[in-house]
Design a protein around this ligand. Sequence first.
Ligand SMILES: Cc1cc2nc3c(=O)[nH]c(=O)nc-3n(C[C@H](O)[C@H](O)[C@H](O)COP(=O)(O)OP(=O)(O)OC[C@H]3O[C@@H](n4cnc5c(N)ncnc54)[C@H](O)[C@@H]3O)c2cc1C
Length: 271
Amino acid sequence: MKNGAAAETATTTTPKIIHEPQVYLVGRQDLDRAEIDRFLGDHGMNWETDTEVGGEQLIEAGGRLCYVSYGKGRKTNEEYIGNIIGRKHGSVLEHAAWNFIISGVSRTFTHELIRHRAGWAYSQLSQRYVDESDASYVEPTIIAEDPELHETWQRAIETAHAAYLDLVGTLSAKLEAAGVKGTSRRKMAREAARSVLPNATETMIFCTVNARALRHFIELRGSEGAEAEIRRVAVQFLRLMQQEAPSVFGDYEILTLENGTEVTSTPNEKV
Ligand SMILES: Cc1cc2nc3c(=O)[nH]c(=O)nc-3n(C[C@H](O)[C@H](O)[C@H](O)COP(=O)(O)OP(=O)(O)OC[C@H]3O[C@@H](n4cnc5c(N)ncnc54)[C@H](O)[C@@H]3O)c2cc1C
């Protein structure tokens, strides 16, 4: 457990190793039915939809405004959104957004994740404010599977971790002697000491993403060419979203490669 306000140094125990990323779907939208009915009533229209998913309702409500097709044309939400996807009217998908927390991932992962700019918002754990003295580390599966590689990796992690503890402690004492107080002292010590922490250091990130951007991410990062950790997260995103919003993510498949890892696939790329 990380603690932002805690002492400069905490433990010297063997760092915890993590092998599985976790994706939590923590927020979703609602359609305000009374307000949309007020709008429809003001314009002499009626509209019902068969989905209970707020994001799917909003995509349909937004798209139908273009041709004022409320109560006309395609009957189901799945048909309606399927047509939007098939015709690559991707901007309509931007009306739906979800909020996630991702934990148990490395700084390598978040470095790649935040390259996805359009339609994403991020809030990531700060290594300046938050003490990393009890940090965990994410071990790549291909290393974890081989005892010799695992030993080399663990040795490197422990060395880096010990150096971090050492640096935070020594820097704090030095800064205290120089009269630097409280939070400023801790921040200055941590921001310098973190330079020895490896890419494997566990982090967590809160992200908000719209349906179009999430589809793009799942395609690029769920592909065979993507790095192993981000690919696992892309597959987890897809599993969650196929449950959450099947009209928007139902055209994807999850395939298992010969090496046992999974990839995502859709006939409707880059909508
Ligand atoms: C297998 C793989 C290997 C990679 N290797 C590297 C690497 O070695 N080095 C490296 O630096 N990166 C690498 N990347 C990252 C890659 O270059 C992209 O930065 C990342 O995938 C985000 O893609 P994006 O720009 O399409 O996404 P987003 O930023 O989410 O943009 C989504 C889409 O919006 C449009 N868009 C966004 N911004 C603009 C803009 N400013 N102008 C015009 N259109 C815009 C584009 O159509 C874009 O595809 C790799 C990615 C993958 C999947």
